[in-house]
Design a protein around this ligand. Structure first.
Ligand SMILES: *Cc1c(COP(=O)(O)O)cnc(C)c1O
Length: 408
């Protein structure tokens, strides 16, 4: 999007503001589709938790996307956005049997990631097709908070528990229709990914009635100019070829699934915030914005980098700033960052603000959450109103202590 368009949106809708560029979401979707055009059936299930606004879900539905969900509420959002239950896969972790049964009753594809639930579910619902999430124990991704395939991970059924898993499936007579893995975020080495895929193929051969293989996600997106990113095209070429040969061996064409979150929406997002105060100290210049980790927690939660531009002064002379929030706790978005000269009232623009930004926002410090705008066909559409004080108080139950208790 153009700087002046973003600036106009911040004037029109106020600050702070999340803006999502529909065209970028569409082009990323098509890019992935194209990279895997050689497989007979590809399914892209958008990971709702990255950005769960219903209008964004509807935009993706238009493109033919399915959904990857991790809670019954995400399933409900998907159904509300008009997705058919069979276009939704539910991949919970540590969720109760009751919730899983409730989701299964809606006709949504269940993906189970532990033997205890698998055994209970199989015994009670032997005819409901179930996908199983395996842990291939492949170390992928660069950040231990978001690396979920390794040996200590709580996610998935260990491939070393295969004999036990097969016994459960045989004893219950349940129908396994898919095998799934999600090794974690930020996959940079395609050979590592292909190695994990081999483990999934090996596992798949144990099951006769599969319909799909789900390779999860982990596509790394660029955060800076010339940043490393997953080479989706190369992955598409190599994995498609291997997938097709596997289908031959298996004796049937299977559907290849992916469930990207970040890849589809990260770069489409812009977070706009206004500078309230410029404060010179002995060591640095702070630029305090009208936001904090209540609106964008990724830099503080796992040190993620968000490029910051001063869209009110694009051509200004660059200086060093620490960009901080207004939360009464340290909340540094960026330390020692070169940014064109900042004046109070300027609008700063944070890039890569589509994934895990609004969806992780909270009301900490009793602050309201920002509005969201979808930039679609050259126009800004409000897709979530800015919260008000009423939203802060809505669910609170106010006790009355005015009547003094009677003491005898
Ligand atoms: C979070 C998650 C994803 C999406 O991961 P991204 O890194 O955003 O692409 C996919 N699958 C599962 C099971 C997840 O939990």
């Amino acid at each position: 999007m153009e700087t002046n368009q973003l600036l106009e949106l911040s004037e029109q809708f106020g600050s702070p503001l999340y803006v999502y560029d529909a065209e970028k979401i569409q082009s990323q979707y098509h890019r992935l589709e194209k990279a895997f055009s050689k497989v007979s059936t590809l399914r892209i299930n958008y990971a709702v938790k990255a950005l769960s606004n219903i209008s964004v879900l509807k935009l993706l539905k238009q493109l033919g996307s399915g959904l990857d969900t991790v809670s019954i509420q995400e399933v409900q959002l998907g159904l509300m956005a008009g997705y058919l239950p069979e276009k939704i896969i539910y991949t919970p972790n540590g969720v109760s049997m009751e919730e899983i049964e409730e989701v299964a009753a809606l006709g949504v594809q269940i993906n189970i990631d532990n033997l205890s639930i698998l055994e209970q579910f199989g015994a009670k619902h032997p005819t409901t097709p179930v996908c199983i999430r395996i842990n291939p124990h492949v170390m992928a991704g660069g950040n231990s908070n978001i690396s979920v395939g390794h040996i200590d991970s709580k996610f998935g059924i260990s491939i070393h528990q295969m004999p036990h898993l097969l016994r459960i499936v045989e004893n219950t007579g349940m129908h396994i229709n898919g095998i799934h893995m999600h090794t974690g975020s930020d996959i940079l080495d395609i050979e590592v990914f292909l190695y994990a895929a081999e483990i999934l193929f090996d596992t798949a051969l144990h099951f006769k009635d599969l319909e799909f293989l789900d390779f999860g996600s982990g596509f790394k997106v660029p955060y800076k100019k010339d940043d490393i990113q997953t080479n989706v095209e190369e992955l598409g070429k190599k994995l498609s070829k291997r997938f097709n040969s596997f289908c031959n061996e298996y004796g049937r064409d299977l559907t290849l699934c992916f469930e990207p979150g970040k890849f589809l929406v990260s770069e489409a997002g812009y977070f706009l915030a206004k500078v309230n105060v410029v404060k010179q100290t002995t060591s640095t210049v702070f630029a305090s914005i009208d936001s904090g980790f209540n609106h964008l927690i990724r830099p503080m939660l796992y040190g993620s980098y968000h490029h910051i531009e001063n869209i009110s002064n694009i051509k200004g002379k660059e200086r060093f700033y620490s960009v901080v929030g207004y939360i009464c706790e340290t909340d540094t978005f960026a330390g020692n960052r070169r940014i064109p000269e900042i004046t109070e009232g300027d609008i700063l623009c944070f890039r890569n603000a589509g994934a895990y930004c609004f969806s992780m926002a909270s009301n900490y410090n009793s602050r309201t959450r920002p509005a969201e705008v979808l930039w679609y066909e050259g126009k800004g559409h409000l897709i979530r109103e800015r919260e008000t004080f009423d939203d802060i108080i809505r669910k609170q139950v106010v006790m009355d202590f005015d009547t003094a208790p009677v003491t005898v």
